[in-house]
Design a protein around this ligand. Sequence first.
Ligand code: ATP
Ligand code: MG
Length: 709
Amino acid sequence: MSDLLANLNSPQLQAVTLPPVHALILAGAGSGKTRVLTTRIAWLISTSQVGPHGVLAVTFTNKASKEMTARLSALLPINTRGMWIGTFHGLCNRLLRAHYREVGLPQTFQILDSGDQLSMIKRLLKNLNIDDEKFPPRELCHFINANKEQGIRAAQAEAYDNYTQKRVELYAEYETQCNREGVVDFAELLLRCYELLQRNEPLRQHYQERFRYILVDEFQDTNRLQYSWLKLLAGGGAKVFAVGDDDQSIYGFRGAEVGNMRDFERDYAGANVIRLEQNYRSHGNILAAANALIKNNRERLGKNLWTDAGAGEPIRAFEAYSDIDEARFVVDEIRELVREGVSPTQIAILYRSNAQSRVLEHELFAKSVPYKVYGGLRFFERQEIKHALAYLRLLGNPDDDTAFLRVVNFPTRGIGARSLENLQASAHQMNSSLYNAAASLTGKSGQAVGAFIRLIESLRQETENLPLPEMVEHIVEKTGLAQHYRLEKEGQERLENLDELINAAATFVDAEGAIGEGGALVSFLTHASLEAGEHQAGEGDEAVQLMSVHAAKGLEFDVVFVSGLEQGLFPHENSVNQGRDGIEEERRLMYVAVTRARQRLYLSCAQTRMLHGQTRYCVPSSFLDEIPLELLLKLNKKAAPLVTSFAGGYSAEPAVGGLRIGQTVEHGKFGIGVIVSTEGRGADARVQVNFSGNGMKWLALEYAKLTPV
Ligand code: ATP
Ligand code: MG
């Protein structure tokens, strides 16, 4: 046990060994919050203050909850399998599975991921003949989720204008549809669980008595509903131990409330507040940059991070001509680092937007650097995987219309859009699922749909007693999915992914052992919905890690590249438009990015970038200006300019790309301008153009199409 407490500093030790009281650990990045939380669980159990059964621990990502379970097993010889450690979604799912009857869900209820949710909303609007320009599906989706996250049902939602009134009605329709299909979206998992505990007193008492210690990591990112959920569970005298950092609150756009940290002290009277200020993660310069950045935010709870690790290296800053040039720089540096002996798994490339990964991936691939992407197009979100899962979902729950529509005509069975519209209309009239309404279809399309229903029924019988991996294999073959991709020109990769799904099912069964409520299939499908994105490369693969800054929360790496530091990208334009609050959330995100680095930090930006099919001309991020110059080492390569400026005169020098200074040119976006100077050669060549109306721009010749006029 003394081992357990060794290597803790004095406030950490104090936090870990607190008596049974409420506590708020308010501490900066890398100060050991997660370490303290995990160690406290181990301490409580090993000193018999509570059994593993009596602990509820919530973290923010699946990766973090796995990590916590693993660390706990390392600290204590206990079986962590049955413990309630997980994400809010995961834990609520577990509760709902155990009490599906009480909440009126089918035992095999399925979870809609955000893509499924959106397609369901689109379908709903279509069925109701609603103009989706007036009610854009994404906005409606956001409206519904935002209400749910505040615990507001359609029946309680208030509307002071006609437009909102209509949105509330659509919210109600959406609820009806979900209930009919027996599916729940992410926000619903929480809300449904909250309502269950609130209404069902015996059940509430049971869980309130069971969980004596409730521990929450990344508390700053809890939303209102999560906060209320915790409060409800803690209502029977449990002690809550919340750790968080207000400076790392990055989910405001999803309703997270830093105010929860302030409310905590009010709601949990007498709570101990402990601050951890020593950072064990990063070298001094990195920490100084982080501190300098974040001090520009207002209304911070305030803390001072320090380290005794020494200043370390300067922060490397690089301004590239283009996104491709930036990727080249990043990958060249990585190769150099790996040559010097840095492990690729200790190198992370972070970006603000997932779309940025493509160029980086291209360059990594071209230079044969192994890498792993988190997020983006996730394994469980790939088309072929979703098709296979849809079949599996229909076996479990025929009323799942989303799954039905996904595969009723895939592979093609001659069921046209028209027949499906008819089917949807009659299902709507009969107030039943598409599956049930199928019998009402007549004629040729009736036959085709009938054949599909028979296929599903026979698959159900055939797979009834098969172990999960064989069941998946059977489905992939017998539905014609595999054959479809075998015949498709580019189908090889998809086939491999389908094989990988069978592997995933096998791994899942091995790892989970005894399967929970609803059997292996339901557990596996739940896993697929909740755990998307973690299946890309095997554990322990020696690969560079690519992810969005959001996904990097709580993680740490020896070397971190933060790429795309451009105005409009990071800070993101959406947030810039939201004024000061928006910028401050972006700044916290930048703070999270910077504080992921242990030893070396690179910050890079590009002057031009292809995003969503358009070349953008970029200005470096304002966040770069907030980092003191003396911490930075600028790495820009200075190509010897051909002609430095207009003042150099009309030299007869052949300028780059057949263009010369003084020449008038036309650009697709900026219009007419005059070339003022040029620099670099070949792929690096750039020209500075003074556009009438649009001002001075530096353009990379390789990408900017300039036509002489
Ligand atoms: P974040 O805010 O990013 O989530 P955190 O506060 O949760 O960070 P941890 O991840 O728990 O911080 O710890 C950061 C690093 O510092 C880890 O590598 C951890 O093992 C190490 N660390 C924490 N406390 C100590 C200590 N007392 N002695 C040595 N190393 C420590
Ligand atoms: Mg942490």
